[in-house]
Design a protein around this ligand. Structure first.
Ligand SMILES: [Zn+2]
Length: 66
């Protein structure tokens, strides 16, 4: 089940992006394949990499007090 919208990879445009790379001048989205392919270069220009589909146990649902 998807909990987010489809984000196309900026390199191939067809694969679902798995990583969001935060740059000083914007951001890029890459699928796993292209992230790994460009990782060396991205490490130099990015200040944060967000893994979109991290496989982790779901966080406990916080009840919103309103
Ligand atoms: Zn790609």
């Amino acid at each position: 089940m998807r909990d987010r919208e489809f984000i196309p990879c900026d390199a191939c445009g067809s694969a679902d992006a798995m990583y969001l790379i935060k740059l000083v001048e914007g951001e890029l989205a890459f699928c796993g394949h292209h992230y790994n392919k460009n990782k060396a270069g991205l490490d130099k220009v990015s200040y944060e990499v967000i893994e979109l589909d991290k496989k982790e146990p779901a966080l406990p649902t916080l009840e919103t007090a309103e």
